[in-house]
Design a protein around this ligand. Structure first.
Ligand code: F6P
Length: 540
């Protein structure tokens, strides 16, 4: 047994989980009419209703005791102090510094460098947006193409799609996949003379990104010549020399630092494509919202602290109630990229099998994170959430005010969101089903046969997060909330959220396969299955 699962706080939670089977959330509401009001917390305009979680005051107290035992507060302080908390890579963790909530990383002052780079990005964005920046033939830029993958794609793409409006210019496009189908579909609609590429890669060595960047450069120079690269390419990286070797003019290269993890990087120069497309003011508001959440996370008591509370509920569901996964359903079409961003954030951070000391964990770490926007999701996978045998807790995210001109539809959207969480909690008993079916005229064998298929067990946990509206400030706060939830979970599980060694082996083997594609003799190094597959592929 690990120290964590043997600890007093963990054992107390195990006992409470056994007792949980004897009650339901609905029964808890009956015992405590004030529960909806008491089981809620608010920060930065975000209102978290956790009254539909499967726990009572004793469970909450036991979870908070675990947070104390695991020194959540101390780890938060260490992150904001810029300590080297990413031990396996010997790095500080500084996304909070990008939002002005910390000023020193790894003992070095960083605020001036952060502000300086932001100022350069804003000036560049203003120049492109105003038309002062021209392409090689004197045309203004109408289209920005970000080329990057993982953290160098999900974040800026998600905020662009969440905050852009149909009329906004310039338009942003995102190329991530090494499958040439993606870049070809985008480029065929663009005019090289009016296109600006932003090559975004922390390392500037990522195979997929380099392949797409080379393809883009070929497309551009075929139309406008080699000299055009300086007016049509910008670079975002921690590796300035490599960007220059690619041919990007030094003045168009925007830096960030090794203490910014890829999946935590949208606040850095990685956001450049979105800054150009959305304008600096929206990005400032995004940073302000994230900073407000940073300060809340740093300062609020744990029992009112949104990221900590959400981490505790996730842990309770995952480690004690046996939840199969974590579902996230934003009721906002504009957040349709949010779950993709969150998947990398959470699963690349906390998909770990050893603790901070390198010892195997004997408890589940992150569950699979999945979801899609409501109301579409109701017509896809909600059947499983309501009647599948496993518990899949849901985070419902609901911006209240519409940012479009269809208020009636917003009312319907809200109704659907609230109804789904209520249905998951309340369920429907066999008695209720029976009464309904009898009222519809069913009886006898047909009635008995129909009942089990229509019963909902209920008692299925969810959070509801209300936001006033989907604007840059509240989106910043929402993203920071999930970032900090991820970190708090890693502290509770005693794992390092900030490395990602698990992605390395696949990259290494891809290089071996590439070598074998070029030289059949190199295929001898491959395993028999991969070798045979490659032979079949190569024979076509
Ligand atoms: O998927 C692995 C990873 O290293 C991510 O952590 C990162 O976001 C992505 O690749 C892209 O890396 P880079 O920005 O260096 O191209």
């Amino acid at each position: 047994m690990s120290a964590l699962t043997e600890s007093a706080a963990w054992r107390a939670l195990t006992k409470l989980a056994a007792a949980d089977r004897q009650t339901t959330t609905t029964a808890r509401f009956e015992q405590d009419p004030d529960r909806a009001r008491r089981y809620a917390a608010e920060a930065c305009g975000l209102y978290l209703d956790y009254s539909k979680q499967r726990l009572g005051d004793d469970g909450l107290a036991a979870l908070l005791a675990l947070a104390e035992q695991q020194q959540v507060r101390g780890w938060i302080d260490r992150m904001f102090a810029g300590d080297v908390i990413n031990a396996t890579e010997q790095r500080a963790v500084g996304h909070v510094a990008l939002r002005g909530a910390a000023a020193v990383m790894g003992g070095e002052p960083v605020a001036a460098a952060v502000d300086g780079e932001l100022a350069r990005m804003y000036a560049f964005a203003d120049a492109v947006r105003s038309g002062e920046w021209r392409g090689a033939t004197g045309e203004t830029i109408t289209d920005i193409v970000n080329i990057g993958i993982g953290g160098s794609d999900f974040g800026p793409r998600m905020i662009w799609e969440a905050l852009s409006q149909n009329t906004l210019k310039p338009r942003a496009h995102y190329v991530s996949n090494v499958d040439g189908a993606q870049i070809s579909l985008i480029l065929c609609r663009l005019d090289p003379a009016k296109t600006l590429f932003v090559v975004t890669s922390k390392t500037f060595t990522t195979q997929e990104t380099m392949a797409n960047a080379n393809a883009a450069r070929r497309w551009l120079t075929a139309a406008l010549g080699d000299a055009a690269v300086a007016r049509h390419f910008a670079g975002v990286s921690t590796a300035r020399k490599t960007t220059e070797a690619f041919g990007i003019a030094a003045a168009n290269v925007f830096e960030f630092w090794d203490w910014v993890g890829g999946r935590y990087s949208l606040w850095s120069a990685v956001g450049l494509s979105a800054i150009i497309a959305l304008g600096p003011e929206r990005f400032r508001q995004l940073l302000a919202g994230a900073q407000a959440m940073d300060l809340h996370f740093r300062d609020a008591p744990l029992d009112r602290n949104l990221p900590v509370l959400m981490a505790l509920f996730a842990l309770w569901n995952n480690n004690f109630l046996g939840a199969a996964s974590q579902v996230v359903v934003p009721y906002a079409q504009r957040l349709h990229r949010f779950v993709g961003w969150l998947q990398q954030l959470e699963m690349e951070s906390n998909g770990k099998g050893v603790d901070r000391d390198g010892l195997p964990v004997d408890y589940p770490t992150t569950p699979i994170i999945w979801g899609d926007v409501g109301s579409n999701a109701q017509h896809a996978f909600f059947q499983l959430l309501h009647q599948g045998p496993a518990i899949n807790p849901v985070d419902f995210i609901l911006p209240i005010e519409a940012v479009h001109g269809y208020p009636d539809q917003q009312q319907l959207l809200i109704a659907n969101c609230l109804a789904q969480s209520a249905a998951l909690m309340r369920g429907k008993t066999a008695g209720q089903v029976r009464a309904e079916l009898i009222a519809q005229g069913l009886s006898g064998e047909a009635l008995e046969a129909a009942i089990p298929h229509r019963v909902f067990s209920g008692n299925r946990p969810s959070n509801t997060l209300l936001m006033p509206r989907l604007d840059a400030f509240h989106l910043g706060a929402l993203c920071a909330l999930y970032e900090h939830r991820t970190f708090a979970l890693s502290v509770l599980w005693n794992i390092n959220a900030f490395d990602q060694w698990g992605v390395e082996l696949g990259k290494q083997l891809a290089r071996e396969v590439v070598a074998a594609q070029a030289d059949p003799a190199a295929a001898a190094a491959l395993d028999p299955s991969t070798r045979l597959l490659l032979e079949r592929v190569s024979a076509r």
